[in-house]
Write a protein that binds this ligand. Sequence first.
Ligand code: NAD
Ligand code: UDP
Length: 312
Amino acid sequence: MRILVTGGAGFLGSHLCERLLNEGHEVTCLDNFFTGHKKNIVHLMSDPSFEMMRHDVVDPFKIEVDQIYNLACPASPVHYQHNAIKTIKTSVMGAINCLGLAKRLGARVLQASTSEIYGDPDVHPQPESYWGNVNPIGIRSCYDEGKRCAETLFFDYHRQNNVDIRVMRIFNTYGPRMDPQDGRVVSNFIIQALKNEDITIYGDGSQTRSFCYVDDLLEGMVRLMNTEGLTGPVNIGNPGEFTIKELAEKVIEMTGSKSKLSFLPLPSDDPKQRQPDITQAKAKLDWEPKIKLEAGLERTIPFFKDIVDAES
Ligand code: NAD
Ligand code: UDP
């Protein structure tokens, strides 16, 4: 198949492009390099089945493909809050442009949605039927509401124009090629631990997250895309739930670090807990994550060690 991956130079997108090429597809990566990097895809450039398009999803694009994975959007709070208006435009206009393309081509299109659409959830764990608890005017809203609007557009194009959609709600994912500058908790903690610097815990560290290793996540993504008769939304994430303090302690232990914990103010609207209910993914995709947090961290720490060693 000919497959378009928007955001293909980012963390998840670059792994996805690689996987699709390995499966024998022709892959076009569309990216404006806002948070993505050429180094994530440089090893794919010599593959004749791989093509790179420097473009912004906010502006319409024409290309002939059979499937579209729409991943273009900054994903970490530091990056999506950098230019909040651009973040909403990316989610909303990017969705419209991908859906318009899918409609014209009769192509299937998958939206990389997020657990953030549940906001600061008062239902735990979160099933897809939960409508969420989202602040519409806070500092996270550009991302949360942008992604919610994108989901709405996906279902409206499906109902009105019969577009073949897949909506995937991704929970916190980690692994090699996370941007070391994007301020996410796994990357921050590993880098700080490797440098023996204080581990920056926001709040008292009792808030929870459920961390999915990138390979597990992509398996769920590709299965959802290729399952017939299922629009979603489907949660894909690892139900193993940890407090942020537990994560810090685990990273310190696994890196043999001398770092101490340092407690900083909690950013506003920071969700207190998050854990996917993956009943649907298990039943309909026969999918569940295989890589536990410790095993995933073992594969991720060396990636950051190379970066830290290169700096020193
Ligand atoms: P990332 O920041 O590494 O990748 C996003 C990519 O999109 C980057 O390559 C960036 O340059 C590109 N991009 C951003 N704005 C663009 C625009 N206007 N036009 C074209 N390209 C643009 O983030 P990621 O972690 O790989 O996330 C990929 C997708 O998955 C995002 O849509 C994100 O919202 C979603 N998601 C990720 C997670 C996670 O934990 N990583 C969780 C939930 C949802
Ligand atoms: N966090 C933290 N220290 C950091 C970075 C993040 O304590 O250096 C916390 C953050 O406040 C949140 C959790 O870790 O409670 C996950 O943050 P991340 O930005 O990785 O993802 P998200 O909040 O979008 O789930």
